[in-house]
Design a protein around this ligand. Structure first.
Ligand SMILES: O=C(O)c1ccccc1N[C@@H]1O[C@H](COP(=O)(O)O)[C@@H](O)[C@H]1O
Length: 212
């Protein structure tokens, strides 16, 4: 079965074109100013114009307020919202308000961290399992950190889900095989420097996923 791909933290037309050419089903725009991948409203609107209609646009947020969500959904014509560090009740409220597909991020280091996924039942449409970044880290994701993919093997997922955290062309086949993922998400693993997407790395990642 085909493994779907989200290329996240895209901020240039070239990176969008590479993701689309590689067969990505989703492209992510980060709306979080501390991130090197942050995009503003006008930039998001211009980038969204470049994304063909069969590819879904995902906004990535860290516990956003309503004003930010509304402005970016409109500017980026977002199809889905990926919420980090956001309580399930708040995620449910955003989902109800925007009518967008809602992805709840679950930060994983140990098996007990997976309990948080259950709390998104009824509040989200999909779970994104990501590596837990260190206490006090500038970002809750996008740092190229992995977690033990074996933790997901046999886990009773409450919702459709995708795997992220430290994936790249060299490790994604192992990650998919170990975790049983049908969808993967990558950001720093297809960059030459933080926030700088590398079109060759995007192509290599997509090729590696296609061979899974
Ligand atoms: O990429 C960011 O800067 C970012 C900022 C705030 C929240 C999440 C962010 N990225 C997400 O982190 C995961 C894993 O990224 P990586 O492949 O390990 O670099 C991914 O879902 C990004 O969407």
């Amino acid at each position: 079965m085909r493994v779907s791909i989200k290329i996240c933290g895209v901020s240039t037309p070239e990176a969008i074109d590479a993701a689309v050419a590689g067969g990505a089903s989703h492209i992510g725009f980060v709306f979080f100013p501390p991130s090197p991948r942050h995009v503003g409203f006008e930039q998001a609107a211009a980038l969204a114009d470049r994304v063909p209609s069969h590819v879904r646009k995902v906004g990535v947020f860290v516990d956003p307020d309503d004003a930010l969500v509304e402005s970016t959904v409109s500017a980026g014509r977002l199809d889905a919202l990926q919420l980090h560090k956001t309580a399930p009740a708040r995620a449910a409220a955003i989902r109800s308000r925007t009518k967008c597909e809602l992805w709840g991020a679950v930060a994983v280091k140990r098996r007990e961290d997976l309990d948080a996924a259950q709390r998104f039942r009824g509040a989200a449409d999909r779970i994104l399992y990501d590596a837990k970044t260190p206490e006090g880290a500038k970002l809750p994701g996008g740092m190229g950190m992995r977690f033990d993919w074996k933790l997901l093997d046999g886990f009773p997922h409450p919702l459709p889900w995708l795997l992220s955290g430290g994936l790249d062309a060299a490790n994604v086949a192992d990650a998919v095989g170990t975790a049983g993922a049908r969808m993967v998400d990558v950001s720093s693993g297809v960059e030459s420097a933080p926030g700088v997407k590398d079109v060759d790395k995007i192509a290599a990642f997509c090729k590696a996923v296609a061979q899974c």
